[in-house]
Design a binder for this molecule. Structure first.
Ligand code: ADP
Ligand code: ADP
Length: 227
């Protein structure tokens, strides 16, 4: 439910000779599902991490909901992020994994309980809340990682290859779940993938990156079905 503007963004890591992202200019609409694709090392993760506030922006401005966010701390950006390596806390139960970020933010217990149980219901985890990650399947773990993002109730979802560790069958069902979550939660989503099928089925618009730059922006049809 929020617009994100990346205005001519550049990124140079302190120890690097070259820019990792150059002149990245993209205006993302309310509730849009944007997918970044492109070869390894082209700057997809770096761009996502700048939106999340996990990397500084070297040049350019990031606006979220009309506010310049360059200097806003990650925890104040109202963003939920899901990574490829969805490192769950191994010593915590599913419940506590999902509750953790809310506890850090000092939500009261009743609110935490409500959100965790709602997310668990949505993701089919309600019967697994007492388990620890070691006693879950890969798909269940990935659902817990999604659950941790959902409980934040954030208007923005950032996902960096969230399904790449799963087998092909699970990827298909989780892909459908992600599409449904985006619809139901009305989030604005940026999703990084190497998988063309994921890009085609999930994206409103695809951003094709190469060597730190945007090469093309278009609908799945425009990007993949060129005459
Ligand atoms: P992608 O996600 O598309 O694979 P990345 O954003 O991870 O690409 O990387 C873009 C470029 O920035 C690559 O050349 C990579 O080597 C470089 N890079 C990524 N992280 C760092 C870092 N912490 N320090 C220096 N260079 C980095
Ligand atoms: P804390 O670790 O902060 O002391 P508690 O373990 O006391 O938290 O749990 C607080 C609330 O969270 C409880 O009232 C309970 O409803 C809910 N809760 C905690 N663990 C679970 C669980 N495994 N399944 C369902 N609800 C849980």
């Amino acid at each position: 439910m929020v617009k994100i503007n990346l205005n001519h963004i550049y990124k140079k890591y302190p120890n690097a000779d070259d820019y990792s992202v150059s002149d990245f200019d993209l205006h993302i609409g309310d509730h849009e599902f944007i997918v970044f694709v492109g070869p390894s090392g082209c700057g997809k993760s770096t761009t996502l991490r700048m939106v999340a506030g996990l990397e500084d922006i070297t040049e350019g401005t990031l606006e979220i909901g009309g506010k310049v966010m360059n200097d806003v701390a990650p925890r104040d950006r109202h963003i939920a992020m899901v990574f490829q390596n969805y490192a769950l806390y191994p010593h915590m139960t599913v419940y506590d994994n999902m509750a953790f970020s809310l506890k850090l933010r000092h939500y009261d217990k009743a609110e935490i309980d409500k959100r965790v149980k709602n997310a668990a219901e949505v993701l089919g985890l309600a019967h697994l809340l007492e388990r620890r990650p070691a006693d879950l399947s890969g798909g269940q773990r990935q659902r817990v990682a999604l659950g941790r993002a959902i409980v934040r109730d954030a208007p923005i979802f950032l996902m960096d290859e969230p399904l790449s560790n799963l087998d092909a069958k699970l990827r298909v069902s989780m892909r459908a779940e992600i599409a449904k979550l985006h619809q139901n939660l009305k989030t604005t989503t940026i999703y990084v993938t190497h998988d063309q099928t994921e890009a085609m089925t999930l994206a409103d618009r695809i951003v094709v990156m190469n060597a730190g730059r945007i090469q093309q922006i278009g609908t799945p049809k425009e990007v993949y079905n060129k005459p």
